[in-house]
Ligand binder design. Structure first.
Ligand code: HAM
Length: 430
């Protein structure tokens, strides 16, 4: 026997009925984002590796350890290969597209959302996959469009609270912080360096390196032995300048007016380098170790870092895998059952059954066709197993008389219905 080929480590198949929940979540997101005037963008899964190095940052875990990247040799032999990567997140791609298509020439701010797979070579565990899905949204635009306004920060946070509420997800906590502007960060990084200098030799290798290259990233360290040291490090909130403080204050003032609950977490710095000012995560009790259901923040300098014009922005990405897990707590997945099961009583009836199926589907009825047993008892059993509301029995007699036998599988009641009345009768009683 040839060896079995299985799904690649960290990837998984999404099967029915779970896919029903995925579709429900995606439909709710589209609907909710639409009400906030967001429109969909689809960017490629494949991007130039440099895009992520310059946005997410070379010192982040995502870029330094978790990228699926390779030198692509599909160009002419004489040319150098191009380094490609499977996207680990979608903000960089959206900003690249914003620049490439000069979206700043369009009126107002751009409000874009996306739904799609992302790839990170992380150690797989519950809620953490190598191919996972994000539902994200970004607001980006020239400063004159108001893209820098704290009202935008509050708008995306309110939109998230609205979506979670509509889905019936409770027990979430919005953790909020401000990581200031680049100037604040220079001062904060220096404070971190000073605080780390006497203790860094007791820390892990990554921290020792980062203490020199990008001290902020020390705060992402997950090594348990390093945590007591990290706990005592200075907090970014003490290093914000006046405009950043005010911006953060205003975000909170609007959130309070909107009655969106939040807690300040001054240790929250997020694992991507492009953030400035507002950063946030929503955590959820039922998710265990991987409890961040979504994360996001401001990235006012990202467009310029990628060679574009000044275009402040803010956005978030929901981990769809985790959102579906949280939803499964409150709403078990169910496969939608067909309305009608058509049982043909002989191979000669197949064409007629197909024709009837076509007519019924045309009127919005979900139809499953028979199992080729051509036996009444067996057909009714199959129809019940599938959860169909009605079984329609189609034999010579029915076709000749134009009266079709319809059995309500819940009550067991059977009636003869004129063929022309069938769609209406089924729709009425669904
Ligand atoms: P992120 O925090 O890296 O942010 O990812 C957002 C969310 O994606 C996480 O909160 C988590 O729910 C989910 N996620 C991340 N990695 C995995 C994984 N390996 N398996 C399952 N779920 C995962 C970003 O990606 C930013 N682009 C968000 C953003 C948009 N910031 C501004 N705009």
């Amino acid at each position: 026997m040839p060896a079995l080929i299985k799904a690649v480590r960290g990837t998984r198949d999404l099967l029915p009925p779970d896919t029903e929940t995925w579709n429900l979540v995606e439909a709710a997101a589209r609907d909710c984002f639409g009400a906030f005037n967001f429109h969909e963008i689809r960017t490629p899964v494949l991007e130039d590796l440099a895009l992520f190095q310059r946005s997410v940052g070379e010192e982040t875990d995502i870029v330094s350890k978790e990228m699926f990247a390779w030198e692509d040799r599909s160009r002419a032999e004489s040319e150098k290969g191009q380094w490609l990567a499977l996207r680990p997140e979608n903000t960089a791609g959206v900003v690249r597209a914003y620049i490439e298509h000069k979206l700043w020439e369009r009126a107002g701010v751009q409000k874009l959302y996306y739904i799609g797979p992302q790839f990170r070579r992380e150690r797989p565990q519950k809620g953490r996959y190598r191919q996972f899905y994000q539902i994200g949204a970004e607001i980006i635009g020239p400063p004159a469009s108001g893209s820098e306004s704290p009202a935008r920060d509050a708008e995306v946070l309110e939109m998230l609270a609205t979506l979670l509420e509509r889905l019936g997800i409770q027990n979430w906590t919005l953790e909020l912080n401000s990581v200031g502007c680049p100037e604040d960060r220079v001062r904060y990084n220096q404070a971190l360096r000073d605080a780390l200098a006497p203790v860094v030799n007791q820390m892990c290798g990554d921290c020792q390196r980062r203490a020199v290259t990008n001290p902020l990233r020390v705060l992402d360290c997950k090594v348990p032995a390093d945590q007591p040291i990290i706990e005592k490090l200075p907090r970014i909130s003490d290093y914000l300048d006046e405009p950043c403080r005010e911006h953060f204050y205003e975000v909170q003032r609007i959130l309070k007016a909107l009655a969106v609950p939040y807690t300040i977490n001054s240790r929250l710095v997020r694992g991507l380098d492009y953030y400035v000012r507002t950063v946030f995560e929503f955590t959820h009790g039922a998710l265990g170790a991987q409890n961040a259901i979504l994360g996001g923040g401001r990235y006012d300098g990202l467009s310029e870092a990628l060679g574009g014009p000044r275009a402040p922005g803010i956005g978030f990405a929901i981990g769809e895998d985790r959102l579906v897990m949280a939803l499964a707590e409150v709403r078990p997945a169910e496969t939608a059952a067909p309305d009608v099961y058509i049982a043909a009583m002989g191979a000669g009836m197949n064409a007629e059954a197909a024709r009837l199926g076509r007519e019924l589907r045309h009127s919005g009825i979900t139809v499953e066709l028979g199992d080729e047993s051509f036996r009444l008892k067996k057909s009714l059993e199959t129809a019940s197993k599938l959860g169909a509301r009605f079984a329609v029995i189609l034999g010579e007699n029915e076709i000749q008389s134009g009266q079709i036998a319809v059995k309500n599988l819940a009550t067991g009641e059977q009636q003869a219905v004129a063929r022309a009345e069938l769609p209406g009768r089924i729709r009425q009683n669904r």
